[in-house]
Design a protein around this ligand. Sequence first.
Ligand SMILES: NC(=O)c1ccc[n+]([C@@H]2O[C@H](COP(=O)([O-])OP(=O)(O)OC[C@H]3O[C@@H](n4cnc5c(N)ncnc54)[C@H](O)[C@@H]3O)[C@@H](O)[C@H]2O)c1
Length: 364
Amino acid sequence: MEQKIWKVAVIGCGMFANGQYLPNTPKETHAKLVAAVDIVFERAEAACRKYNIPNAYHDVYELIEKCDFDIAIDAASIQAHHEINMAVLGAGKHLISQKPAAPTVAQLSEQIALAEKKGVKFACAPIHPMRYDLNFAKQLMADGAIGRAYYAKCNMSHGGPEYFQYRDADPSWFYEPGAGALVDMGVHGLQIVTSLFGAAQSVACTAIVSTPERSVRSGCFDGKKIKTDMLPDQYLITLRFPDNRMALVDAGFSQKAAKAPQLEIFGDEGTLAFTKPYMTNPRPELYTDCPSRGFRGWVTPDEWIAPPKKLLSQCCILRDLVEAIEADTTPVLSAYHARHVLEIMCKIPEAIETGATVKLETTF
Ligand SMILES: NC(=O)c1ccc[n+]([C@@H]2O[C@H](COP(=O)([O-])OP(=O)(O)OC[C@H]3O[C@@H](n4cnc5c(N)ncnc54)[C@H](O)[C@@H]3O)[C@@H](O)[C@H]2O)c1
């Protein structure tokens, strides 16, 4: 049988789409780009010219009306995701959403119900559950390499989108209600620790506004001053899990540089540490305390026992979605997991305000 080539439309042609989805779509799976969409139409046109895409559209509605496509990737700004996602799913198309897919749990549940009703697949970023280093660590944990794993500590901060990444689109929206450091950065840490320990039972949090005004440091808006005091930009989130386990997620836009490992997992017989950028496909480092062999110390795991698998790009989410469509399974990057992470983020303002631990209800 002839291999199907999936027709992909990218909605939102900003920094992330240009870095990941537009260049990597044909490399990750049997797919081709058929449309680029942006409310700043010149950005859609520029993407079409650069990546040889046949159709540019002004918005998701024009895309749905005029284009024959199978899969949409919503890479627009955070505040636009819910409307775009409902339109795509309502049109009966498969969907990849950048994070977070909706502002509230009820709205993400609405998207999930629509995807189920229309019989389409729905995958949600970020991509951490697809990381081979994280899955290797989960296997090591399951095999008892660090004994009983009880604490995960995750650092997920940078200096802010106006500082950390080169950008030609105006980054002001990152600091406006609906966006912010929690949903842009915290989401990564929360997805990672819940990938390791499963659904959390409760959340507590402290947060501050570290920097109430900022200057854009690159691209077309270089030098522009942005008011950045509407939402906290530095969060310390603590989560409690079943079986006496916990996690700390340090997330924000307030760390210009840091040397702390992105992730450490502690157990009663050792530690797993992730000290290198995850897109370099590193192996986790293992500390083992093994009294029966008279040994304790850091060890360097040898090459993977199976041939090493590597993530090529964050467009791996497209491969995940296509595999789920073809096998009629739930994507690894499931909307149910995204909903649990969203519930945590939605309850954090209450946890900050009251200083109390807030119970969580969703699972995945
Ligand atoms: N590592 C990661 O996972 C990662 C990193 C950066 C950004 N992101 C996510 O990617 C998404 C985009 O971020 P970015 O950094 O590329 O931002 P950006 O500002 O560079 O790009 C967003 C683009 O979306 C367009 N847009 C806004 N509303 C739209 C709408 N209704 N319809 C069509 N286009 C619309 C804007 O004009 C802009 O071109 C966000 O959800 C962000 O959280 C993820």
